[in-house]
Design a protein around this ligand. Structure first.
Ligand code: ASP
Length: 475
């Protein structure tokens, strides 16, 4: 099949269009918000968001078939010792970067002290009771482990286990540990459970050798077909993000006013995200690979803009995988590292959780001991791991970080106004870190992966069908 020569131009065209989508959406949203005195009704916002929703639905539809087939296909064509090495390298990278993000966040928030200045400005703001869930750190961690082992695979595609605390009649004074709890199933895909199943299935098919081939080829083919569909959906992203962003801006009330009040907090998180993304991550990447990541980050721009537009690591996943394939990252690495990263590796979220909790403590004039700051760091890490890759999931797990410093769940209201915007930026950093992780693990495993491919000439080259996808869509 002939390759298209203009692929470089076309690739950049798509990114430029998507960036234009974000900017255009922001402008349209601002114009509409100022076009009338009273706020737009939820129905009107829904109409504007409708095309964006359709784009999100398309992306989400790809996740399960892509995830399951690609993990099985990738692991099935690797040997066991190499799978272990890839898993170990990615987990070490993820853990290191998350810890660095939290430490950076804490240093910034303690130095800048945004809470102290906001406290005065915020005196007149009334509380609205947010729809938050009371959670304990240990429950979140146990849920994470439970979700690794879904009891029913079909169910895992639509829900995951979550421990819910039942608010007692007279809750004041009763510690959360003494509340009754129930295990419920929440309506988001249990990505981790599916990945674990995919890894085990892949390993068993790999061990079966010739007899496992038909099923392995089935999953590989399914994965490649999903990649082709992804490369079609990707072309809708400029329009999708245009409508998602414009509807969000349109429904935001007195945005300028609230950013003003929370300005310093907003800037602290933004500075942290920037320093982490372009400082810490770059240093770690450089130390491990002896190359700077900036060209790689440039090539990821389509992924980053989509992450910004959708505010969801999971929804961005098909595009992340596709882009990394195009960049030449070994698909066997991408297909393990990205789904795991999109679920548990959230540096931006970890940084934000730490900053926000300490910001609120400063706001409430609660002095924190060194031990409490350490406790915040640990819970912020856990909260980021436990947060799902969906919009504003970090806000929900924030509650458990607040709990470590004895703050009530209601206090998340203080940061609610700017959270949707910070969510977009932190999701962008989350996805950037996942992608750099895949690139780094690929580079570190290059030699071993090359040897495996040479020994296994019968396997279809996973790059080949990505090329077909490119040809089909003229990317
Ligand atoms: N929206 C984020 C993500 O999908 C999670 C969060 O921080 O709320 O990565």
């Amino acid at each position: 099949m002939p390759r298209h020569k203009e692929s470089f131009l076309a690739k950049n065209l798509l990114t430029m269009l998507t960036v234009a989508g974000v900017l255009g959406g922001t402008i349209l949203g601002c114009v509409l918000r100022n076009a009338q005195q009273e706020p737009w009704t939820p129905r009107q916002v829904m109409y504007l968001q409708f095309p964006g929703d359709i784009f999100l639905r398309m992306l989400k539809a790809l996740i399960i078939p892509l995830l399951v087939s690609s993990v099985i296909g990738a692991i099935g064509s690797l040997d066991l010792s190499l799978s272990k090495k890839i898993a170990a390298r990615s987990i070490i990278f993820y853990a290191t970067t998350t810890v660095c993000a939290v430490i950076l966040g804490i240093i910034l928030v303690i130095t800048i002290r945004p809470g102290t200045s906001a406290a005065a400005d915020y005196a007149d703001v009334k509380y609205t009771k947010p729809a938050v869930r009371q959670v304990l750190t240990q429950d979140t961690l146990l849920d994470l482990i439970r979700n690794l082992f879904p009891p029913n695979l079909v169910h895992a595609t639509i829900a995951q286990t979550q421990t819910k605390l039942i608010v007692p009649e007279n809750a004041t004074g009763i510690p959360l540990e003494n509340w009754k709890f129930v295990e419920v199933y929440e309506g988001t895909t249990n990505v981790l459970g599916l990945v674990v199943f995919g890894v085990v299935m892949g390993i068993s098919l790999g061990m079966m050798g010739e007899r496992g081939k038909p099923l392995l080829v089935f999953f590989e083919t399914l994965s490649e077909a999903m990649m082709i569909i992804t490369s079609w959906v990707i072309w809708i992203s400029p329009l999708g993000v245009f409508f998602l962003v414009s509807a969000k801006v349109m429904e935001t009330e007195s945005f300028g006013d609230l950013v003003g009040r929370l300005g310093l907090y907003f800037m602290t998180v933004m500075l942290g995200l920037f320093l982490h993304g372009f400082g810490t991550l770059s240093v770690i990447y450089f130390v491990c690979t002896r190359t700077l990541p900036f060209t790689t980050i440039g090539k990821l721009s389509q992924v980053l803009v989509t992450a910004f537009g959708t505010a969801s690591s999971s929804a961005t996943m098909p595009i992340t995988i596709q882009t990394l394939d195009r960049m030449g990252v070994d698909p066997r690495v991408t297909r393990f590292v990205i789904p795991v990263g999109a679920t548990i590796n959230m540096d931006g979220t970890a940084l934000y959780e730490a900053v926000a909790a300490i910001f609120i403590a400063q706001f409430r004039s609660i002095p924190l001991s060194f031990g409490q700051v350490v406790a915040v760091s640990i819970t912020a890490t856990a909260a980021s791991i436990g947060a799902a890759g969906i919009p504003q999931a970090g806000l929900v797990t924030m509650v458990m970080v607040l709990d470590t410093v004895g703050l009530p769940a209601e206090d998340v209201t203080l940061i609610l106004a700017v959270d949707w915007l910070l969510d977009r930026f932190r999701t962008t950093i989350n996805v950037m870190c996942d992608s750099l992780g895949a690139r780094l693990v690929d580079m570190l495993s290059k030699g071993e992966l090359g040897r495996v491919s040479d020994n296994d000439k019968n396997n279809a080259d996973p790059h080949e069908l990505v090329e077909i996808a490119k040809d089909t869509t003229h990317i």
